[in-house]
Design a protein around this ligand. Structure first.
Ligand SMILES: [Zn+2]
Length: 131
């Protein structure tokens, strides 16, 4: 590993240890542990690190997987994708915030219509803003 980037040094000051480990070290929170897994208020879900808008609450659905799940992002440019070849896993597509490169979760192809996508996010990587 290289020296910690200056971005990570400042995120260490502003994020909780749990949020830091997910957003900046790509950890995954335990299923059914996150505050947004069973949460259905109307509003916007934003990046937990930089506040960029990521999902609308009306794109959230109950996937039963233990993490907050969405079938589409708020806009095409709001997130970035990266193939994840982590050992012991089949290939997954990692989802990152386009603005600050923080890890948010993964996207799978088993979501509901119309997109067929399931954005499986970590609650701790998101911050909710009510309408
Ligand atoms: Zn961000």
């Amino acid at each position: 590993m290289n020296d910690e980037s200056s971005a990570n040094q400042s995120f260490r000051k502003t994020l909780s240890p749990e949020a830091y480990s997910v957003l900046r070290e790509k950890a995954t929170e335990r299923p059914f542990s996150g505050k947004y897994n069973d949460f259905w208020d109307i509003g916007l879900y934003c990046c937990g690190a930089c506040g960029a808008e990521l999902f609308r609450s009306d794109a959230k659905f109950d996937a039963g997987c233990g993490w907050p799940s969405f079938f589409e992002p708020i806009s095409d440019g709001s997130m970035k994708y990266q193939t994840d070849h982590e050992l012991g896993w089949q290939t997954r597509t990692e989802v990152l915030c386009a603005k600050c490169d923080s890890h948010l979760g993964h996207v799978f192809d088993d979501g509901p219509k119309p997109t067929g996508k399931r954005y499986c996010m970590n609650s701790v990587a998101l911050q909710f803003k009510s309408k």
